[in-house]
Design a protein around this ligand. Structure first.
Ligand code: ARG
Length: 294
């Protein structure tokens, strides 16, 4: 048994938060660089440091393992510097992998590469007809899929993802180009809905990243959500990974860190500053592999 598991019951008793086991897919940033620009964070003239990206990425990988999670790896392909952002590689529920169809030509070849990995690893692959960037724009909360549009995934992909998984899809529109994927503006802190919906699943979000209609939906559906400050949003504070108790966040998101502590979560700080040069953070480097429910 790991140290973490032996500590779990006491921790849970004090915080009330329950850790859930996660299985993730990551990709070592061996070919990481910024050679093109498809989001406002990417400046190809600014030098990148691949060794530093690898070190920072390794810390995230080690952190997941230390927390008791499983991490699978997909081989990085030369010429695909954004492949490190595995969240965009697909969206998986119950062992079914809905493949990604990337918006920009530079990333299009990643779609088939990820689908091939899913197939080879026993997932049932559904090839997408519509443009969508996987878990970058689709987040599972309870039985509902929150789906982002405005910059990358299309509204048609929201219909498609609903058909594939037979679940309710709530479309949300992003309006600020810095927050071009849903996972830069919403963090799912606990996807589990309590018995008979008494305890609602919890999210954190940046209201200013959304249009009025979407803000209204979020307020109504998640009245207890953490609303983060613009300052914490701007350092990609929401681009985080939670296991229901531990929330891996950027060390720069100090306000969000305090909000998480107040709610009984345990923030774990991991700095991915080098990967932010590509416009990605913790969540972007992490794809959840939701297998068949038993
Ligand atoms: N450079 C990548 C892109 O623009 C970053 C992707 C970040 N991924 C994410 N899940 N937000 O597509």
């Amino acid at each position: 048994m790991s140290t973490h598991e032996s500590l779990a019951p006491a921790d849970t008793a004090t915080s009330g938060r329950i850790q859930q086991h996660r299985k993730y897919l990551m990709c070592r940033p061996e070919h990481f660089t910024v050679s093109y620009s498809i989001n406002p964070w990417m400046e190809p003239t600014r030098p990148t440091d691949t060794a530093k990206a690898l070190r920072q990425w390794q810390t995230l990988y080690d952190t997941y393992l230390a927390l008791g999670h499983e991490v699978e790896l997909i081989d990085p392909l030369e010429g695909l510097p954004d492949m490190v952002y595995t969240a965009n590689g697909g969206f998986l529920i119950d062992g079914i992998a809905y493949g990604a169809k990337f918006r920009f030509a530079e990333r299009v070849p990643e779609g088939p590469a990820f689908m091939e990995w899913f197939r080879a690893n026993g997932y049932e692959v559904v090839e997408p007809a519509e443009v969508n960037e996987g878990e970058g724009d689709f987040l599972l909360v309870g039985d509902t899929i929150l789906a982002g549009t405005g910059f990358r995934s299309t509204g048609d992909s929201h219909r498609e993802v609903g058909e594939v998984f037979g679940r309710e899809v709530v479309s949300l529109t992003l309006t600020d180009p810095r927050f071009y994927h849903l996972d830069t503006a919403i963090a799912v802190l606990d996807p589990v809905e309590g018995p008979s919906g008494v305890e609602r699943a919890t999210i954190a979000y940046l209201p200013a990243a959304f249009d009025e209609r979407s803000q209204g939906i979020l307020r109504e559906r998640y009245p207890d959500a953490i609303q983060v400050s613009d300052a914490d949003g701007a350092v990609f504070g929401l681009n985080s990974a939670s296991d229901g108790r531990n929330v891996i966040i950027s060390p720069r998101a100090t306000g969000f860190e305090a909000q998480l502590r107040e709610r009984g979560y345990t923030p774990v700080l991991v700095d991915l500053s080098e990967l932010l040069l590509g416009g990605g953070g913790i969540k972007c480097c992490t794809l959840e592999l939701r297998g068949v429910q038993r």
